[in-house]
Design a protein around this ligand. Structure first.
Ligand SMILES: NC(=O)c1ccc[n+]([C@@H]2O[C@H](COP(=O)([O-])OP(=O)(O)OC[C@H]3O[C@@H](n4cnc5c(N)ncnc54)[C@H](OP(=O)(O)O)[C@@H]3O)[C@@H](O)[C@H]2O)c1
Length: 317
């Protein structure tokens, strides 16, 4: 089965495979983890809050008593936490040995300006730089599985994004939506650049992007809560009720990208319905010219290496 007509039922038997899903305690990440586990995969729920992660694991086990799911703490807004997470997965008690797919899903949207533990603007820091560092650190585990996948979750919002190389962290000028657009464009530039670099190095790794359309999750309420705005919170809730699809439906392109058949290196998948806002099946979707700019992708890669201190070992062997 290729993307057309694909549903999560087509995931088949995933016994013996291992997935890491970031931000898996909520929304799309939770639904993705739940569905992968339902099909027999071992799933690591990588979440910043141990309590929420544990609750998510309990919720999955309640529905699927034999689910092979585990919670681990990962704060993408802290490079030390990312390093510790990767080290814990790679060695010692509970090490996972190899990784079939990493789903770079966690994210924050349109929040007031904040900085990460390392001083990065929070949206770029969490959505892009954190996942850049994480992917680089988990590469040795991914390399143990030929055809392993890295799925990076972007958004239609990448279309209004620009990478402000002269003010990446919004120190001179900050707008919550500009910063979100920048981070989601960065997600695509990263996914496509990783695909190119893996291919150039002859490495059997599949890097793809996915977006969920518009799905009702916690994403829309985080910024209103930070602003303590009941009006914005109510507005987000109403919009979600009227216009959004479910988180389970939003997870379909992500699940396809992570474990579907016929997924191609460098592709971008979204929902097949009207304006890619909703859909029952995944389909290959287009990206803005800015997202397809190889020079910007190379530059962002270099900046990301410098900022995170993580370098990718892509040469085979
Ligand atoms: N929902 C949509 O319509 C939509 C549309 C386009 C793209 N997306 C993308 O989909 C992805 C998932 O979002 P969602 O809609 O499922 O939202 P969500 O329900 O708010 O889930 C986001 C997840 O990311 C986690 N997270 C945030 N900051 C983190 C950090 N520093 N370290 C680790 N985890 C962190 C959150 O943890 P906490 O629970 O602890 O906050 C939560 O688990 C995001 O990348 C978003 O940009 C969503």
């Amino acid at each position: 089965v290729s993307a057309a007509g694909w549903t999560p039922d087509d995931l088949g038997d995933l016994t013996g495979t291992t997935f890491v899903v970031t931000g898996a305690n909520s929304g799309l990440g939770f639904e993705s983890a739940r569905m992968l586990a339902a099909h027999g995969a071992r799933v690591v729920l990588a979440c910043r809050d141990a309590g929420k992660a544990g609750a998510a694991v309990s919720a999955i086990r309640e529905e699927l008593p034999y689910a092979d799911v585990q919670a681990r703490v990962l704060d993408l807004a802290d490079l030390a936490s990312i390093a510790a997470f990767a080290a814990g997965l790679s060695a010692g008690d509970g090490a996972i040995g190899s990784l079939d797919a990493l789903v770079n899903n966690a994210g924050v949207m349109a929040i007031p300006r904040r900085t990460t533990a390392d001083g990065f603007e929070m949206q770029l820091g969490t959505n892009h730089l954190g996942h850049f560092a994480l992917t680089g650190r988990l590469l040795p585990l991914l390399r143990r599985r030929p055809g392993a996948r890295v799925v990076t979750v972007s958004s239609g919002a990448h279309r209004f994004g620009r990478i402000r190389f002269d003010d990446l962290h919004g120190e001179h000028r900050y707008s919550p939506w500009r910063a979100y657009g920048q981070s989601k464009l960065a997600n695509l530039l990263f996914a496509f650049e990783l695909a190119r670099r893996a291919q150039a190095a002859g490495l059997d790794l599949v890097s793809v992007a996915a977006h969920p359309g518009y799905a009702a999750t916690n994403l829309q309420s985080v910024a209103p809560r930070m602003r303590n705005s009941r009006v914005m919170l109510a507005g987000a809730a109403i919009a979600n009720r009227l216009a959004a699809q479910s988180a389970a439906a939003g997870a379909i392109p992500i699940l396809y990208a992570a474990a579907g058949a016929g997924v191609e290196n460098g592709a971008y998948y979204g929902p097949d319905g009207l304006f890619e806002q909703r859909g029952r099946h995944p389909k290959r979707v287009g990206a803005s010219a800015a997202a397809r700019d190889p020079e910007a992708a190379r530059r962002l890669w270099e900046v990301s290496e410098q900022l995170t201190g993580v370098r990718y070992e892509l040469a085979p062997g």
